[in-house]
Design a protein around this ligand. Structure first.
Ligand code: PRP
Length: 179
């Protein structure tokens, strides 16, 4: 079992690079089919979603516009704080547009819940969520992601964009905290 040390903690591989890549290769066409040839505005939630977004954009099979927003709910810790802070705003209008929020992980769901409300308030015609990882047991809202890569247990994970105190994002597999 592959292990990595990040700061003071040891993590073990949970989803290999091959497994992640195969799922992303399947998700792209699945999402594209849902839009019937009319690409949504892809809204990538920084920082964590940057790698998933880059790969998903290349498996979608259609040319979609991409925009970025930066919000934070974890702060520096290992649990979601529940308070969403917007660190970098959206600089394009979404009124009348179909928006696909791209997230590395949906945990409590506070972040995407807040984003769905925010985008709807700005007049988005439709808001859907594509999450690579979904911690279903930790989810505290009603509306689940429309597109999910993997449902994972309620354990702390890093890699493929996800960090532990800002490191580990460049790992090409998903690792979980060693128990
Ligand atoms: C993570 C992740 C999601 C959010 C999910 O971001 O990228 O945006 O937390 O948690 P929630 O469902 O409980 O709201 P984080 O705040 O760690 O910022 P980062 O993406 O910059 O690492």
């Amino acid at each position: 079992m592959k292990e990595v040390k990040i700061h003071d903690k040891i993590f073990v591989e949970h989803l290999s690079r091959e497994v992640v890549q195969a799922r992303v290769a399947g998700l792209g066409p699945e999402i594209a089919a849902n839009y019937g040839g009319q690409p949504p505005l892809v809204l990538s939630v920084l920082n964590g979603a940057f790698i998933f977004t880059a790969d998903l954009m290349r498996t979608l099979g259609m040319d979609a516009e991409v925009a970025f927003i930066r919000v934070s709910s974890y702060g520096g810790g290992m649990t979601s704080s529940g308070k969403v802070r917007q660190l970098l705003g959206l600089d394009i209008p979404v009124a009348g547009r179909k928006v696909l929020i791209v997230e590395d992980i949906v945990d409590t769901g506070h972040t995407v819940h807040w984003l769905r409300q925010e985008l709807s308030a700005q007049g988005a015609a439709e808001v859907k969520v594509a999450a690579l990882l979904f911690k279903k047991e930790a989810f505290q809202h009603d509306q689940e992601p429309e597109f999910t890569g993997f449902v994972i247990p309620n354990e702390f994970v890093v890699g493929y964009g996800l960090d532990y105190n800002q490191l580990g994002r460049g790992l090409d597999a998903i690792y979980k905290l060693k128990g």
